[in-house]
Write a protein that binds this ligand. Sequence first.
Ligand code: GRF
Length: 213
Amino acid sequence: MSYAIAVLLSGSGSNLQALIDAQHEGNLGHTQICLVVSDQAEAYGLQRALVHQIPSAYLPLRHTRQREQRRAMRAAWEQRLATLVQTFTPDLVILAGFMRILSPLFLEQFPERVINQHPALLPDDGGASYTTSSGLCIPTLRGAHVVSDALAQQLPVTGCTIHRVTPRVDDGPVLARTEVPILPHDNVETLHERIKLEERRMIVEVVNQLSQW
Ligand code: GRF
């Protein structure tokens, strides 16, 4: 029986590509990528899905200035997204660079089945600090700018985490984590690329682990 994964993304989709490559190389067991969804029309990840004939969809979140309307539009968008994803009955939903926060409205429809890639180190206890393998205590970085935050805070080390998604942003049970040293001449691009190298390896490992349970 195959294990179906849906991938939600907003950008380049190099992690999606890592999964596609692993599948083609026979390193993803019986896992099939059943769906790719992006909230951004120009996300290169959509092109990757098209090239490999993976069902894909662009589901934009429209903006409005009116607060009440905004809430209703967002809820409607999340429900549309959930309905679309449900159609493909995935065993796992991967947020692979998906730049939207999903509320319980979505999460409750996929209990224990949504995981997120975060390009920084998240602790097991959901706290404000993380203790590295060498015993150094560094602040937990959450949010959309954690690679630049790691540089701005002059941390010697950062990394990446894959965790189950809960309603608390960038929190939830950790499935995998890797530390990445920050080098003296790193900028956001060089550091993020080194982090992504680890993320691509980890996502394949985590999918293989989860699919075998
Ligand atoms: C990754 O660094 C992931 O942790 C973050 O967005 C990036 C996605 O990269 N949430 P890509 O689109 O898979 O290349």
